[in-house]
Structures are given as structure tokens and as C-alpha cells.
Design a protein around this ligand. Structure first.
Ligand code: SD4
Length: 341
């Protein structure tokens, strides 16, 4: 009896009888940014590396300026400049890299990946993040486009409306700055958060989760943030636990929406922790959204949650429905799915 033949047949038998895992690899991301999903899917199938897949997917959106706003030439700040935020979070190693308020460098998700891979830091910001990027070989260039300059001029001509100021004079609801703080006794704390400035026509973030076929999970984000932000503003997207979070022992979650409000509640971290306590993704995402709704009933945003079985879902607020793009072994093709809010 040839024991080699018996052994090989045994291995073959095991392989044929094991169920094919239909749920992984998996790529899922915010909004109907399907070309980004497609790019990440191609990468995960060819190179089996989820960080590479996230970089490829988010880079695609940065190049396409998804929704006119991810990447360069979108969301000009009060000075007319576009600045970028991004995060890459590896759930296998619990290592991360992020950049906030990156100026004059287009490839923000790749810069975040360089922070992860070539430093022991987690987050670099502003001009000095640019210096780091240039040192790593990235090109420094103007991120404005004719469109972003035009958008900024129109905002200026419209008395700088909307803007993100409060408790300052002149009245920010009717005039441009420069502003000065009003006196302590005139501050009306009830007036503080009036209307959401984010809505279905002003959302700017690709947030993506990838699980590879080794069951490793990673998450990433890339955005140019909020239109007409005060220069120096950094949103939720590069903040771990806010814009994205991943942990191989549980799953991952990502967020999009009004980052100034959302980052106060760390919704991605909360969704992952709820899954750790045994919740399915749908309920975990809903709990994270509800936590914010309790204090900001009108806030605009959404959370996607995925567990290590590859089960996924989302929850949202402030819009009718939230679309997301997903592909796995079972679906084979990128599909846009939706949850109602
Ligand atoms: C930010 N969360 O900078 C981003 C923007 C966004 O839908 O996702 N809008 O606040």
C-alpha cells in the first residue's frame, strides 16, 4: 500500500468536502463608489493583501474625485484650499497610520499607509505631514482646481454662507470674517448646534473594509472633509474608532457623515465593541447611530459594520437611505445595496 497516495487522497477529500467560504474575501465601502470597490476587489483577488486592496480602492476614488469631493480639488476651506484626511487601520496587528489636514499632496491614503508602514506613530497632521510625505517621495502640488476655486468664490460672494462659526461677531449667519469671540454673557449655549451642514449633496468620504481569504480584516478612509471648513479643521475620518476601526478577533466598522459631531461618539469603535459583546452587524451599527441620535437627532451620517464571518450591514440617520457598495465570493460582482434610515 502506497501511504503517499492514501495521504494525498485524504487531503483532497478534506479540501473537496470543506464548505467554500462564500463570504470572504469581502470588500465593502460607503456610498455607490463602485469603481473603488472594483479596484480593491481586483487587488485582493490578485495579491491577497487587504492593506494593498484598501490603498488601491481609496486611491481610485481620490483619482476620480468621487462625488466631486474625495481627493484633490474639493471641499475648499475658508481660504479656498483643499486639505485631506485619511486612515488605514490593520485589524491583524492593531497598527495604524493616519494623516489629518494634509496639504499639497494628492495621494492621502498612500501617505497614511506610509505612516503605518514606516513609522511607529499613528497620526501626522498639517504642513509637517506634508514634509513627511515629500520625504517619502510623494509629489507636492497645488490641490485646487478651477471648479474648487469657483466654488470658493461663490461662497465668498454669498457672504461666506454656510460656515462653521458660532458665538462670534460680526454675526456669522450673515457676514464673512474675520470674527472675534463675543463676550461670555452673550453666549447662547442652546443655539450652539443649529442645522446639519452635511447632507446628501455634501458627503465626501470613502470608508472601506476589506477581509482577505486568510480572515484578516483592515479598514481605511479617505476624504477632503467638510466644505468651507475653518482652516486647520480635521474630521473624524483619520481618527481611530471614529472614522474606522478593525480588530481581527471581532470585525470592523467604518463611518461617514458629519465628522465634527460623529467623532465625539467614536461610532466605529462602539460598533466593533457591540459585535464583541455578541451583536450582529445590523444591531451593532444601529446602536452606534442611536448613541449619536440621542444627543443630535438631526445629524447626518452612517456606519457600516462587518463581522469576521463576513456578515455585513449598516445603519444611518439624517437621510432617507444610505447606499453602500459590496462584493464577496458569493456576489462575484460589485453591488450597491441600501439600508433605510
Ligand atoms: C468629515 N466624515 O470630514 C467626513 C465627511 C463625510 O459624509 O463623511 N461626509 O467630517
Amino acid at each position: 500500500m502506497d501511504y503517499n497516495i492514501i495521504f494525498c487522497s485524504f487531503i483532497l477529500f478534506i479540501q473537496l468536502t470543506l464548505p467554500v467560504d462564500a463570504s470572504v474575501p469581502l470588500v465593502i465601502n460607503t456610498w455607490a463608489f463602485t469603481q473603488a470597490t472594483e479596484k480593491a476587489w481586483e487587488k485582493i483577488l490578485s495579491e491577497h493583501n487587504n492593506l494593498e486592496a484598501i490603498e488601491a480602492g481609496c486611491t481610485k476614488c481620490e483619482e476620480l474625485q468621487c462625488d466631486g469631493t474625495v481627493g484633490y480639488g474639493g471641499s475648499p476651506d475658508e481660504d479656498g484650499e483643499s486639505t485631506l484626511d485619511a486612515l488605514m487601520f490593520d485589524g491583524k496587528t492593531m497598527d495604524m497610520g493616519a494623516v489629518g489636514g494634509l496639504r499639497r499632496v494628492k495621494n492621502v491614503i498612500s501617505v497614511a499607509k506610509h505612516v503605518l508602514e514606516h513609522t511607529e506613530h499613528s497620526l501626522l497632521v498639517g504642513d509637517l505631514a506634508t514634509k513627511f510625505a515629500v520625504g517619502m517621495g510623494f509629489r507636492e502640488e497645488d490641490l485646487s482646481t478651477d471648479k474648487s476655486i469657483q466654488m470658493w468664490k461663490e461662497w465668498k460672494n454669498n457672504k461666506c454662507q454656510p460656515n462653521f462659526w458660532k458665538n462670534v461677531e460680526p454675526n456669522p449667519h450673515g457676514s464673512c470674517g474675520p470674527y472675534k469671540p463675543i463676550s461670555e454673557n452673550s453666549i447662547n449655549f442652546k443655539e450652539n448646534w443649529k442645522q446639519p451642514k452635511f447632507n446628501s449633496y455634501n458627503h465626501d468620504t470613502i470608508s472601506m473594509i476589506v477581509i482577505d481569504n486568510q480572515h484578516n480584516v483592515a479598514a481605511g478612509t479617505s476624504t477632503n472633509g467638510a466644505k468651507y471648513k475653518i482652516p486647520g479643521r480635521v474630521g473624524d475620518s483619520p481618527i481611530p474608532g471614529a472614522g474606522a476601526y478593525a480588530d481581527n478577533s471581532v470585525g470592523a466598522a467604518v463611518a461617514t457623515g458629519d465628522g465634527d459631531v460623529m467623532m465625539r461618539f467614536l461610532p466605529s469603535f462602539l460598533a466593533v465593541e457591540e459585535m464583541r459583546r455578541g451583536k450582529r452587524p445590523k444591531e451593532a451599527a444601529q446602536i452606534a447611530i442611536n448613541r449619536i441620535v440621542e444627543r443630535y437627532p438631526k445629524f447626518f451620517g452612517a456606519v457600516i459594520a462587518v463581522n469576521m464571518k463576513g456578515e455585513y450591514s449598516a445603519a444611518c440617520n439624517g437621510m432617507k437611505a444610505f447606499p453602500f457598495s459590496v462584493v464577496n465570493n458569493e456576489l462575484q460582482h460589485v453591488t450597491v445595496q441600501e439600508v433605510s434610515c
